[in-house]
Design a protein around this ligand. Structure first.
Ligand SMILES: Nc1ncnc2c1ncn2[C@@H]1O[C@H](COP(=O)(O)OP(=O)(O)OP(=O)(O)O)[C@@H](O)[C@H]1O
Ligand SMILES: [Mg+2]
Length: 285
């Protein structure tokens, strides 16, 4: 555990040294629902003409079983995501960042659980719109954790058989929009570097000033997917699951994050002793 602490300290120093203190600009009121769109993308891009988003009802019992606690305003574990959300939004505002990639060195670290809780927390407790995009094309789990499955999803959007508008869902929470992926995608890294995906990411980022877009990614050591998409992201949040990654894997992953992009490190699944000194696990507070 000492070695993991050292790796996290390094990561924290790396992220901290990249912090600039810029006064956040004024905020506009967030739209309660997605607004009518600008014209669809040309040049073979993905059509992101959002006109209506399907509303789906979530099951609170299923969510709690999946550790999605931010949905319930009374869950005692909410505080951790409130703290995380506040720290993350402050940093993103400082830099004018709107897209956040969530990754980890290795699998099963808790990325998807954190990505969903964070998106819900932003939508629940701020006046912003949060969008959560399942970009883990190898092991997509956002839909199953939320307990929703709807076709078309991002699969059909990537295949060019459905517009994004039809794949989006609004999980009966104002200001939360989810773009789930139903099935694993072949050649995920290739897909993530494609021109249509580049257009999609930039459109999701540019369309609304008050939207925070969270991308749930695969682990860094699983392939080239994360490296392929990171240049398109504003910021990266690294999730390290206690006992899930070795020091070498953590350090190797950190090396691949472009300078200035690392927003912070979340130490997940940690007991109280490990957490002490890590500001509730957020390594870059
Ligand atoms: N803080 C936590 N404490 C205990 N278990 C947790 C915690 N966070 C997540 N888990 C559990 O760990 C498992 C993996 O979580 P999750 O799917 O979010 O990880 P992941 O990093 O997205 O995995 P993958 O690499 O497969 O995408 C799940 O069973 C989840 O419920
Ligand atoms: Mg996951």
């Amino acid at each position: 555990m000492e070695r993991i602490k050292q790796a996290l300290e390094k990561a924290r120093a790396q992220a901290g040294s990249n912090t600039q203190h810029v006064q956040p600009g004024p905020r506009r009121a967030a739209p309660a629902t997605l607004q009518p769109a600008a014209p669809p993308l040309g040049d073979g891009g993905i059509d992101v003409n959002y006109t209506q988003t399907q509303v789906v009802t979530l099951d609170p019992v299923h969510l709690e079983r999946q550790r999605i606690v931010a949905f319930s305003k009374t869950n005692p574990n909410n505080w951790a995501f409130d703290v995380l959300r506040t720290q993350i939004l402050q940093k993103m505002d400082e830099k004018g960042w709107r897209t956040l990639a969530i990754t980890s060195p290795t699998a099963e670290s808790g990325k998807t659980v954190i990505a969903i809780n964070l998106a819900i927390s932003v939508a629940h407790h701020t006046q912003r719109t949060a969008m959560l995009v399942d970009f883990d094309l190898r092991r997509p789990r956002v839909g199953s954790y939320l307990g929703v499955r709807k076709t078309p999803s991002l699969n059909e959007v990537l295949a060019g058989t459905a517009p994004v508008a039809e794949a989006l869902i609004n999980p009966d929470l104002p200001r939360l929009v989810v773009l789930p992926t139903n099935e694993p995608v072949q050649r995920a890294a290739e897909v993530l570097t494609s021109a249509p995906v580049a257009s999609l990411v930039s459109d999701l980022r540019e369309r609304y000033q008050d939207r925070t877009v969270i991308f749930d990614l695969p682990p860094m050591m699983a392939g080239d997917d994360v490296m392929a998409i990171l240049p398109r992201m504003d910021a990266v949040l690294m999730v390290v699951g206690n006992g899930n990654s070795t020091q070498r894997e953590i350090e190797e992953s950190m090396r691949h994050i472009p300078a200035g992009q690392l927003l912070g490190v979340v130490l997940n699944k940690a007991d109280a002793e490990v957490r002490r000194g890590y500001e509730y696990g957020y390594g870059n507070a």
